[in-house]
Design a protein around this ligand. Structure first.
Ligand SMILES: *[C@@H]1O[C@H](CO)[C@@H](O)[C@H](O)[C@H]1NC(C)=O
Ligand SMILES: *[C@@H]1O[C@H](CO)[C@@H](O)[C@H](O)[C@H]1NC(C)=O
Length: 338
């Protein structure tokens, strides 16, 4: 079973046996890490995130819960393979997974694309197409001055959140490149009466900010010398790609394991979360501006950037080959088990 979520997420879920002996019932039960997963108290879900997890443990309209689907798959597999590595997660996770599920839990490494590969994937024949507009815009910005903003393709972001995010970026005064998509969380598509961005936003931030609709070559953007930090929804793919370049993070998680990833990265001192309301998980423009300023402007940002660089070194290894070795070990492991 190849998992693109973190090992931490699967350890939180536990196996069918853990559920039977320690079932979680209320949303409160789903907030802390479960008792079979000893971890620092800061590694926990917020209420909104826990409500989402609790729902994944209940049958949905298909009659089967998402967790039941995971268990049935896992129970029919001999190996659990993760797009992850022990350096990027709490140390105890991989041994714990092997114990919980009674089979090897194998890190495949973060499987990071090369910036050139990304160019081929996204741009067809890279030598025949123009340099993407986002990169051209970055070419004109000072080194490490730009906050790259992207909330991924699946985060349930509402139109109201897009507006608060925009106004927060405006308030912060920093340079930004925003890979903007229409909100998926309902309440306006950007094509109807309600515009996607607040009125006048683009004029007021012209010169220091760019909002790109459509596809943005994320790995090439993260590799660009003008980028200094990343405002992310903390999807594991995005955080892994960012780790490769050692960027500090401004974190705005929504669902699945995004909250846990944000807590893990806070714990490592490589990013700060946008403050959220307890009741509905909402945030305001001031919350956005405060978090962005901490990372991009204040003294604290230097420490975060240093920690991000250290984590990058840990992940790539002294000789730069650690991630490649995980792939080699996975190949050997598959051969042993074939
Ligand atoms: C977990 O165990 C409880 C108690 O036995 C049970 O009611 C619940 O359905 C189980 N959860 C899942 C997702 O099967
Ligand atoms: C129920 O969950 C399955 C598996 O995640 C999903 O494919 C399906 O769309 C969900 N159904 C509803 C009604 O949400």
């Amino acid at each position: 079973m190849f998992l693109i979520v973190t090992g931490t997420m699967l350890a939180y879920n536990g196996s069918r046996r853990e559920n039977a002996s320690h079932p979680r019932v209320t949303v409160d039960d789903f907030m802390p890490m479960p008792r079979w997963f000893p971890s620092p108290p800061s590694l926990a879900f917020r209420r909104q995130e826990a409500a989402w997890m609790a729902a994944a443990f209940r049958p949905n309209a298909s009659g089967v819960s998402d967790i039941e689907r995971t268990w049935r798959t896992e129970e029919r597999c001999r190996l659990l393979v993760f797009r992850s590595c022990p350096e990027a997660e709490p140390r105890t996770v991989f041994p714990l997974l092997a114990e919980l599920f009674g089979k090897p839990a194998v890190p495949a490494g973060l499987l990071l694309p090369e910036p050139e590969e990304d160019a081929r994937d996204g741009g067809g024949h890279s030598n025949a197409v123009a340099r993407p507009g986002a990169l051209q815009w970055l070419d004109g910005q000072p080194p490490r001055s730009v906050l790259y903003v992207a909330l991924g393709s699946e985060a349930p972001v509402t139109a109201a959140s897009v507006h608060e995010l925009a106004l927060g970026l405006e308030l912060s005064g920093v340079r930004f490149l925003w890979a903007l998509r229409p909100p998926s969380g309902g309440g306006g598509t950007g094509t109807g009466e309600q515009p996607l961005l607040p009125e006048g936003f683009e004029e007021r931030t012209r010169g220091r900010g760019a909002a790109c609709m459509g596809w943005v070559p994320q790995v090439r953007v993260l590799a660009h010398a003008a980028v200094g930090a990343f405002l992310t929804h903390c999807g594991w793919g995005s955080v892994a790609e960012s780790l490769r370049f050692g960027h500090p993070l401004v974190m705005l998680p929504f669902v699945v394991d995004q909250g846990l990833i944000a807590r893990m990265m806070s714990e490592r001192g490589v990013g700060v979360e946008v403050a959220r309301r307890d009741d509905d998980g909402g945030f305001s423009r001031d919350d956005v501006a405060a978090a962005v300023t901490r990372v991009m402007v204040e003294e604290e940002g230097k420490e975060l950037a240093l920690n991000a660089k250290r984590l990058r070194e840990l992940v790539v290894g002294d000789d730069g080959g650690r991630q490649e070795r995980y792939v080699d070990e996975l190949v050997e492991c598959l051969q042993r088990h074939s």
